[in-house]
Unconditional design. Structure first.
Length: 650
């Protein structure tokens, strides 16, 4: 960890835990990590990696099947209005096997690829946001994925068949006073004297699926260890079964969108968990969560790209339907721009999402940065584009689908889609956290090389060796950032796309220079320059997406397809404007003025005081769906929540 005298002790503790929990080694070269070092490796993105034909055929069949079933069974408007996913929907998804899409067939799952998993989620999302959120949370951050990656064979044999059949899982990390800073975690797990069990105590907030879950992954602080002479905090992941005594659902949370998700405040009081329910090992919980999310957080980019594609198609039709001032609204310049943003943006989102899916399925390339960038980019752009679509549709976009239907218009639920989409910028890593994560990873090679110079404990001899090593590296690397373009060819691309690729490559080298300059000028204080780092991260992401758009367009051309040429060309031109704007903001911005104003504003008001609230466990009002063997709860205050076992015996 870099020593920084500007940090508080609490900041030191949080950063140390984050550093200890990072994936320390890169299993391969990373496309995005290379770009932050000034290298655009075309071989990693061209030809554009696409789904294998056999796997695509499987996905086509499943998506058609799921779409037909959803059309018949999933009423997104009714689910949103009632705040409940009906029992027959949950049962139907279980019967289709959708709770075990990526679980291997030997454990009873469908054993489908990451790409087809993402395609199925995108298909369900077109019908209902709450339903796909339930399905996604169960498989992206719930029990199946970490168990598949890090579980013992005994754990897999016990829990994966249960999950494949439809047992719902949830993930417990966030707490009432702890968000993205797990170093402050209050939930604890203490070993029993005989070492055979752990006792968990604490509250978990915003636990998606937590109200109806059969199994939880619970992150808890376990006793610290001494490492390098210092006490180091530990976070451990436990599988907790719902029928274990001491688990209470205190509150079902309600939101502006995704109104039917069963998200709640869960209390664990002296919950006794077998030691064999630890996943991967003691103290590896946070690293497990971060590694799991490399693939797990790819669901949301796929969902947003799919939803944007559906929205874009409707808006194109609307553009040649609505007539104003002597023209169709899609023919006016203001309308043209909106349609172009939707069409180009959807193509870019799909390129990034599909690239991550294909790379994940290949399994030989590190995608930690690409996955985080896809989550950040697609959710931010998706939010912008749904706002563009709503503006284009005007009052009909703001009006609810139910109201539109009642007065005889097409009930397109843009208002509901907007409410559902807003959470995507928050869950599974907020945009702000993704900025920090990507910034840290973009600096990794520099930090590894210079770390001895930044640590007081390093001997003078070691510092001298490091200084020589850095001097040799940077004396070659830095001049290349200015001259590298002289030796770069993009002969694989047609002239127009090659020109874009040359521009992207030159700005990639400029990005690496700006990052290096920021390191030299700020030193350890750079970590405090969050807005500067965010702009650098956004630059790298924009350039990576532009390269993927150009690569996909060229790959499509090479097989005789030119249907997306105009979308790609618009987005590449638009990307140049965004990149130039971000570079400009590195030089000229209002960061300092914002800090001063924010401090003044906070000094002029009092700290918020929250009222003390006493919770009682919530009681099930509906009972269980015995056919699927799962709970489907509608909850109200009073009494205790029946366990899975109790419900199954009714």
């Amino acid at each position: 960890m870099i020593e920084n005298e500007n940090r508080t002790k609490e900041e030191d503790k949080s950063i140390e835990l984050a550093e200890e929990s990072r994936e320390m080694d890169w299993k391969s070269k990373s496309f995005m990590a290379s770009m932050f070092m000034g290298e655009l490796d075309v071989n990693m993105c061209y030809p554009f990696p696409e789904q294998q034909s056999e796997d695509k055929a499987i996905g086509d069949e499943w998506c058609a099947k799921v779409d037909a079933w959803c059309t018949e069974n999933v009423d997104g408007e009714e689910i949103d209005a009632s705040g409940v996913i009906p029992a027959h929907v949950l049962r139907g998804m279980a019967e289709l096997g959708l709770f075990g899409i990526k679980i291997p067939t030997k454990y009873g799952g469908l054993g489908l690829s990451q790409t087809n998993y993402m395609r199925i989620l995108a298909t369900v999302a077109l019908h209902c946001g709450s339903t796909v959120a339930t399905l996604s949370a169960h498989q992206s951050i719930g029990v199946p994925q970490p168990l598949k990656l890090f579980g013992t064979e005994e754990q897999k044999n016990k829990f994966l068949p249960m999950l494949a059949k439809g047992a719902i899982s949830a993930f417990g990390l966030t707490e009432p006073t702890v968000g993205s800073d797990p170093a402050q975690m209050k939930t604890t797990a203490t070993p029993t004297e005989d070492g055979k069990h752990w006792i968990i105590n604490g509250d978990k907030l915003w636990c998606t699926n937590g109200v109806i879950a059969d199994l939880y992954v619970v992150m808890a602080a376990t006793p610290p260890i001494i490492k390098r002479g210092k006490e180091v905090s530990q976070i451990t992941a436990f599988i907790v079964e719902r029928d274990t005594p001491g688990i209470e659902v205190l509150h079902r949370c309600r939101f502006m969108g995704l109104r039917a998700i069963e998200n709640g405040l869960i209390r664990f009081t002296n919950v006794k968990v077998p030691a064999e329910n630890i996943i991967w090992g003691e103290g590896k919980g946070l690293r497990l969560a971060l590694t799991t999310l490399n693939d797990g957080r790819l669901g949301i980019p796929a969902i947003t790209a799919g939803a944007t594609g559906n929205l874009t198609e409707h808006m194109a039709s609307w553009g040649k339907t609505r007539h104003q001032w002597g023209k169709y609204i899609g023919e006016h310049e203001a309308g043209c721009e909106k349609l172009a943003l939707l069409g180009g943006g959807e193509y870019a989102m799909k390129a990034l999402s599909d690239f991550c899916a294909a790379t994940s399925d290949r399994g030989d390339t590190d995608i930690r940065m690409e996955a985080a960038a896809a989550k950040m980019y697609n959710t931010e752009l998706g939010w912008d584009l749904i706002d563009v679509a709503l503006q284009f549709k005007g009052g009909r976009g703001y009006e609810t689908a139910a109201s539109l239907k009642e007065r005889g218009e097409l009930p397109i639920p843009i208002e509901r889609a907007m409410r559902d989409a807003r959470i995507n910028r928050i869950v599974e890593g907020t945009t702000d956290v993704m900025h920090l994560f990507l910034a840290r990873e973009s600096l990794d090679k520099h930090l590894k090389m210079a770390m001895p110079l930044l640590t007081k404990r390093t001997s003078l001899g070691e510092k001298f060796k490091t200084l020589i090593k850095c001097g040799l590296f940077y004396s070659v690397w830095y001049p290349k950032l200015w001259l590298g373009g002289l030796f770069t060819s993009f002969s694989q691309f047609d002239d127009d796309l090659a020109e874009h690729m040359r521009w992207i490559e030159s700005r990639t080298r400029k990005l690496a220079r700006k990052l290096f300059h920021a390191m030299v000028l700020n030193g350890p204080k750079l970590e405090m320059k969050q807005l500067t780092l965010a702009r650098i991260v956004d630059l790298g992401t924009e350039l990576a997406v532009m390269a993927l758009v150009a690569s996909r367009a060229q790959t499509e051309r090479s097989r005789g397809e030119k249907t997306n040429d105009l979308r790609a060309e618009f987005w590449l031109q638009n990307g140049r404007l965004r990149v130039n704007n971000l570079f400009g903001q590195l030089r000229s911005n209002t960061d300092s003025a914002a800090r001063k104003l924010a401090v003044e504003m906070m000094e002029s008001v009092d700290t918020l005081e929250y009222p003390e609230v006493e919770f009682t466990a919530m009681e099930d009002e509906i009972g269980s769906d015995l056919t699927s063997g799962r709970q489907t709860h509608r909850l109200s205050q009073g009494g205790t929540l029946p366990s899975v076992g109790e419900q199954a015996s009714k």
